[in-house]
Design a protein. Structure first.
Length: 247
């Protein structure tokens, strides 16, 4: 069954109207029309069986026939704070993090970020669209939120929103991720976890000191230094294997 996205506000009175891009794909690419059935998800965890009633150009609307039960979300709410990286690296991270099961991506400007904070702010809408398309492709009914670019200082003030915060740092030698997860599990169930990954060049000592003072645990992923676009995805995969639903 073909899947499409429509935000919650487009569902009214037992019907749904799809956006221009989705409508174009339905009409011009797939050649679907009245009477055809599709699945439409709202990005907040709900998916519906919809019968198309109107399909004309960029106007597609349909009648909601039933909600389709889906169990695609991990029991752990994992947020990835990713240091701004150059090029399209963050786009890759957002796409793959969505597929893995991350609930939220927070772009962070750091001392060694190559991308300027103003450039990142302009890209937020595109990043959110990438998350939406990745959710559609991988079968998730929830679209991860991609926040506006923030700073470590602002993010550290929010650490209390999470049960735990881990910062991955290449200079950490003692605490490995496996040990950190065992340590957290020993303290009780973790429902919300935030992980921090630096940009090219990693975090500075001052930045690590800042977030550790705010409550983050410094962690190593092992003896090899991973690229910024690799580290967060590897960490998220391991964490969702241990505490989520991967594997």
């Amino acid at each position: 069954m073909r899947r499409f996205y429509a935000p919650p506000e487009r569902f009214t009175g037992g019907r749904v109207r799809l956006g221009d891009e989705e409508a174009h794909h339905i009409c011009r690419v797939l050649r679907l029309g009245p009477g055809d059935k599709i699945h439409v998800f709202d990005g907040l965890g709900h998916e519906y069986l919809v019968e198309i009633e109107i399909a004309a150009g960029r106007v597609v609307s349909g009648r909601v026939l039933a909600e389709v039960p889906q169990e695609k979300e991990a029991p752990l709410s994992l947020a990835l704070a990713q240091g701004l990286a150059k090029g399209d690296k963050l786009e890759l991270v957002i796409q793959k993090a969505t597929e893995i099961g991350v609930k939220e991506v927070i772009p962070v400007h750091t001392a060694r970020s190559v991308l300027k904070i103003s450039e990142g702010t302009r890209r937020t809408e595109r990043w959110q669209r990438i998350a939406r398309e990745a959710s559609k492709q991988c079968g998730r009914t929830f679209v991860p939120r991609v926040e506006s670019v923030t700073t470590l200082e602002a993010l550290s003030a929010r650490f209390k929103e999470f049960d735990a915060v881990l910062i991955f740092w290449e200079e950490e030698r003692a605490r490995r991720l496996r040990a950190a997860l065992a340590e957290l599990a020993g303290k009780g169930k973790v429902r919300r976890l935030l992980i921090l990954v630096g940009p090219e060049g990693g975090f500075t000592q001052e930045e690590v000191d800042l977030v550790v003072e705010a409550g983050a645990l410094p962690v190593t992923l092992g003896p090899r230094i991973l690229r910024t676009e690799t580290a967060g995805l590897v960490a998220a995969s391991i964490i969702l294997y241990e505490l989520g639903d991967l594997g």
